[in-house]
Ligand binder design. Structure first.
Ligand code: ACO
Length: 336
């Protein structure tokens, strides 16, 4: 007989955003575009970007601090740090190591990054679920943070309109009351379509072997293929999670999707038959903040009263890889 997994509690959620705002009108100074073109195709009006010395590490630190405060877990009791990032300021040290040090988490606690692009938070939750479930760790900090603005090509109007910077964080712990906050969770990947979204890191050639060559290293995306893929595949996995949780769509209180494109959000909303009050969208103000978008939408949704706690939500995301995933979670009182 399979051993029973220790249940997981989502104890705290927080977010952090840079202050600098870039509006669609601002972008018209860079290339030929318009607020109308961008807004009607994406739902985005503005996005936040890091400035000065600020990086995804600072944003992640702020989000983590907020999540830890809400969770009531003491810094010294955190026993694992995971960070999800696809646009980190450094390839290494890992963002998780930076955040461990900045927060004063004991300097022997393991810390590592996950590369699952915009699905990173859901991947992190699955890893944490396994590690808490098996009894290896008790209190895990998951940080999702990206400074996309440093990696987009600001001359490419088809990608740079979409992305913004931001961070979200979750503290998950062993559920001492035995109530599992993850009712269902499924993560997936299909590497055979990795060319839909990618960012090369070509480095440089050895000048003794071949002459140096200028190579492009920005986010590249086939927006149409991403769109078609997501609206076909993601609803199936949401349905799979509903089956696993033994719930009907109408029994779940909210849909908190990855904020990549308002049209994708609306396609999922209509598949689920949800009215606007059940769907959390803040893409208008922040664009696509990669893995951070789900925890930002959750924490901000609670802050502005759109999300009531003591409820349940479908979280779902997709990103480069291609990776995707969905979860049905309990949102307890006091988590954010
Ligand atoms: N302003 C004005 N015109 C533009 C712009 C712009 N910012 N960008 C592209 N165009 C033009 C193109 O040049 C093209 O012109 P042409 O027909 O003369 O060649 C025309 O508009 C259509 O371009 P498409 O790229 O085909 O536009 P599309 O309708 O597909 O919309 C978009 C592009 C908004 C990116 C859409 O494909 C999309 O949102 N896809 C999903 C993207 C997504 O969710 N990505 C996930 C992000 S990554 C992640 O989350 C990990």
């Amino acid at each position: 007989m399979a051993e029973k997994r220790i249940p997981l509690r989502i104890a705290g959620v927080g977010y952090g955003l840079p202050k600098a705002v870039v509006t669609n009108d601002d972008l018209t100074k860079l290339y030929e575009t318009s607020d109308e073109w961008i807004y009607t195709r994406t739902g985005i009006k503005e996005r936040r970007v890091v400035s000065g010395n600020e990086t995804a590490i600072d944003l992640g630190f702020e989000a983590a601090k907020n999540a830890i405060e809400k969770s009531g877990v003491k810094i010294e009791d955190i026993d694992l740090v995971l960070a999800a990032s696809s646009a980190p300021p450094q390839l290494y040290p890992a963002i998780a190591c930076h955040i461990q040090a900045k927060l004063g988490i004991p300097n022997y606690v393991p810390a590592f990054d996950i590369t699952a692009a915009c699905t990173g938070l859901i991947y992190g939750l699955q890893i944490a679920r396994g590690l808490i479930g098996s009894g290896f760790y008790k209190n895990i900090l998951i940080v999702a943070t990206d400074n996309n603005s440093k990696l987009v090509d600001w001359t490419d109007r088809s990608t740079s309109i979409l992305f913004g910077d931001g961070a979200g964080a979750m503290v998950v712990t062993r559920a001492e009351d035995g109530i599992d906050d993850v009712l269902a969770l499924d993560i997936r990947a299909d590497g055979s379509i990795g060319e839909y979204i990618y960012m090369d890191m070509p480095g440089q050639t050895c000048p003794l072997v071949e002459p140096a060559e200028q190579k492009d290293c920005h986010i590249k995306m086939n927006g149409r293929e991403v769109y078609k893929f997501v609206v076909t595949i993601l609803p199936k996995y949401i349905e799979k999670c509903l089956d696993e949780a033994n719930m009907k769509a109408e029994e779940v209180d909210y849909l908190i999707p990855h904020q990549a494109n308002q049209r994708i959000i609306e396609a999922m909303q209509s598949r689920l038959g949800y009215d606007d009050s059940k769907v959390i969208s803040n893409i208008r103000y922040y664009g696509n903040t990669s893995a951070a978008s789900i925890p930002i939408a959750l924490a901000e949704g609670v802050e502005n009263g759109k999300i009531k706690l003591g409820t349940t939500a479908i979280l779902c995301g997709f990103g480069a890889g291609m990776t995707w995933g969905a979860a049905i979670v309990r949102l307890r009182e006091g988590i954010c």
